[in-house]
Design a protein around this ligand. Structure first.
Ligand code: GUN
Length: 289
């Protein structure tokens, strides 16, 4: 079998176009644009790229982007005061503090300061709790994007066996909650899981979010399974000293067995920003209503 390639880039472009239409309707109705504030502390190059891209996508969707760039040595009180200001600003519907923060800053304390109803990342414990008990809140963008791709491909997920590899607060845990809410039988695997290949071989749905290049092998995949690869790992290229991007799944091997698979790049990656825009628009409607 050769897997169908799940085109996350095309899905995300379509989602962004729909959000732009809805954002225009919001602006007309509310007399202001929906607004997203992004806070970047320090000069991490990857974070700078992400933040630039988020700002550009926000404006392209017809929403207001407020970028706050603070020096790497910003103290906690200054950062928390900025978050409080954004909490109180009626032009700001969503707040995103780019992670990781410099080591002297306490990420959990910063996230806890964001108003949960502006927490478009879905990282606040209030939103994690809402997800766990099935209340409306904000769901982290990457796992929600994975779920959209899965439902687009498979329709009703009820009764399917799903294995999530990775237990981070940002991807693995919320992914497991979302799949459970869809009535999947969910296993969360991690670095201490025994017989991981066997565990993965049972799954109709595999979500790999571990950050280890090409760790999931083709012979771990049940024939016909749907494979969602969240990994973005930069590894040395075969020639010329250039690096290349690979996922957490050995793509060619897995694509020979799976029913459908997301590529890296062009799979899950583009969904994250599209869902961020979606969450921001949802926040705007909730905050305005
Ligand atoms: N760093 C990498 N991904 C993310 C994300 O989705 N949100 C935030 N806030 N920081 C990140």
């Amino acid at each position: 079998m050769t897997a169908t390639v799940i085109d996350g880039k095309a899905f995300a472009a379509d989602l962004r176009a729909r959000i732009a239409t809805l954002a225009a309707a919001f602006s007309a109705q509310a007399g202001r644009q929906a607004g997203l504030a992004v806070v970047l502390v320090g000069e991490d190059p990857a974070s700078q790229v992400y933040v630039r891209s988020k700002g550009r996508s926000t404006v392209e969707a017809g929403m207001a982007s407020f970028e706050h760039k603070l020096p790497a040595d910003t103290d906690e009180a200054t950062l928390l005061a900025l978050v409080e200001r954004l909490n109180a600003d009626p032009a700001v519907d969503g707040i995103l503090v780019q992670l990781p923060l410099p080591r002297h800053l306490d990420e959990q304390k910063v996230i806890a300061t964001i108003n949960p109803d502006k927490d478009v990342d879905g990282f606040h414990v209030t939103n994690a709790g809402r997800l766990a008990v099935g209340q409306a809140g904000f769901v982290p963008c990457t796992p929600l994007g994975c779920l959209m791709l899965l439902k687009d491909r498979l329709g009703d997920l009820a009764g399917l066996d799903a294995v999530v590899i990775g237990r981070s607060n940002i991807v693995g845990k919320p992914m497991a909650q979302l799949l459970l809410a869809e009535s999947c039988t969910v296993t969360v695997a991690h670095s201490k899981t025994q017989n991981l290949p066997e565990v993965v071989r049972r799954a109709d749905i595999v979500v790999a979010a571990v950050g280890r290049p090409e760790m999931v092998k083709g012979d771990w995949i049940k024939p016909g399974a749907t494979v969602i690869d969240v990994g973005i790992n930069r590894v040395p290229g075969a020639q010329d000293g250039k690096t290349r991007l690979v996922g957490d799944v050995a793509y060619d091997e897995a694509a020979a067995v799976a029913g459908a698979i997301t590529p890296v790049p062009g799979g899950v990656g583009p969904m994250t920003i599209a869902v961020l825009l979606r969450n921001t628009l949802v926040a705007a409607y909730r905050n305005a209503g």
